[in-house]
Design a protein around this ligand. Structure first.
Ligand SMILES: CC(=O)N[C@H]1[C@@H](OP(=O)(O)OP(=O)(O)OC[C@H]2O[C@@H](n3ccc(=O)[nH]c3=O)[C@H](O)[C@@H]2O)O[C@H](CO)[C@@H](O)[C@@H]1O
Length: 334
């Protein structure tokens, strides 16, 4: 039995890679999971379908710029959460702690250090997040998704690729050319409004928008609006092309499913990390990166037409989740 404590969430970008690894680990050995969640966030909803123990933390991420009064309050909550995490880890006695970044990972990683439990870290983004960078100095292993991330760590890291959680429910088959538009796990007002403009101009195309429950300023026959898509894998495979933000997990999924795509990175992302993630799509010739300021509707339409006329091929790739699961198993069941 592998007893594993896990943290990684708030957004889908951190959550799904962790779940992907646990899914593979379960195939290698029986597992007992304690998952640290953030109160009210996506993982608390998603984990209802899983048979994992959970501990909910009432914490918030630090605002940028880092030096502000509000951050002192938030740090205080994180320090309080440290005590709860310590208590829970002492009770659960995991063989290993695994974190996939985001601020919830920090108190869990620190507690692992205090209790001398081996810590494994997984980073999705090309430019690593603050929590993972800080924790990496004492982690037993660090897995990164892209070669380019190596230079940000002052230690050895293992390049595995980003774990992909395959979520299959149905075999989709669209009659018309279909464009998937997704603004990350929280949606994007910018992409919602772009979906309106595109569906209005390209009437012979079908658009599917994951709105993240954010406002969509139109209704149109050729625009299907969904609050959230549970089975993203089915969509990645079936659509002609996708338009997305530059979240690392979305980018990795597009690469995994060979989905031709246009990435319009979220300009507000910390250290503009979404721009660096997005470049991976261009590097592989899978699509284009367009900055918000250059998002010209005619150019986007031309790119949609070009990408959706490409023949879709799904090459077989090994899921990075398998590699990481094997490393965890080898560490625990030495
Ligand atoms: C606003 C924000 O802080 N974004 C960050 C967050 O990602 P955020 O969760 O926004 O974005 P990502 O694009 O990385 O991942 C989204 C995940 O949610 C899933 N999904 C999305 C929509 C939907 O309807 N259904 C669904 O299942 C996608 O399949 C994917 O697995 O973490 C990422 C990974 O560290 C970062 O790169 C992003 O910059």
């Amino acid at each position: 039995m592998i007893k594993i404590a896990v943290a990684g969430g708030v957004t889908g970008g951190h959550l799904y890679p962790a779940l992907a690894v646990l899914k593979e680990l379960e195939k290698l050995a029986p597992i007992d999971v304690l998952y640290f969640t953030v109160s009210g966030k996506l993982e608390e909803k998603v984990l209802k379908d899983y048979n994992y123990k959970t501990v909910s933390l009432k914490i918030q991420g630090l605002k940028r710029p880092i030096y502000s009064i509000e951050n002192i309050k938030r740090l205080f909550k994180i320090f309080n959460a440290n005590n709860l995490v310590l208590r829970e880890l002492k009770k659960f006695k995991p063989n290993i702690v695994f974190v996939t970044g985001g601020y919830v990972s920090y108190p869990v990683g620190i507690a692992a250090k205090k209790l001398k439990i081996p810590l494994f870290i997984q980073e999705q983004n090309v430019i690593p997040g603050l929590a993972n960078i800080k924790l990496s100095s004492f982690a037993k292993k660090v897995f990164v998704s892209f070669e380019e991330s190596k230079k940000y760590f002052q230690r050895d890291v293992v390049v595995t690729g980003n774990p992909i959680l395959i979520r299959h429910k149905e075999n989709l088959n669209f009659e018309k050319k279909t464009v998937l538009i997704v603004g990350g796990s929280g949606g994007s007002e910018f992409l919602n409004s772009l979906a309106c403009k595109l569906s209005n101009k390209l009437k012979d195309y079908h658009f599917i928008l994951s709105s993240g429950k954010k406002e969509v300023p139109c209704k149109s026959e050729n625009l299907t609006i969904l609050d959230y898509i549970e089975n993203m894998s089915d969509y990645y495979k079936a659509v002609s092309c996708a338009i997305t933000r530059g979240g690392a997990t979305t980018v990795s999924e597009l690469i995994f499913f060979d989905t031709p795509s246009i990435i319009i990175p979220w300009e507000g992302s910390t250290e503009a990390h979404q721009i660096e993630n997005a470049k991976q799509i261009e590097k592989l010739g899978l699509g284009y990166v367009i900055r918000e300021k250059d998002a010209n509707i005619v150019e986007i339409i031309n790119k949609i037409i070009e990408l959706s006329n490409r023949e879709r091929k799904l090459s077989t790739k090994e899921n990075p989740a398998i590699l990481i699961a094997k490393e965890i198993k080898n560490e625990v069941l030495k």
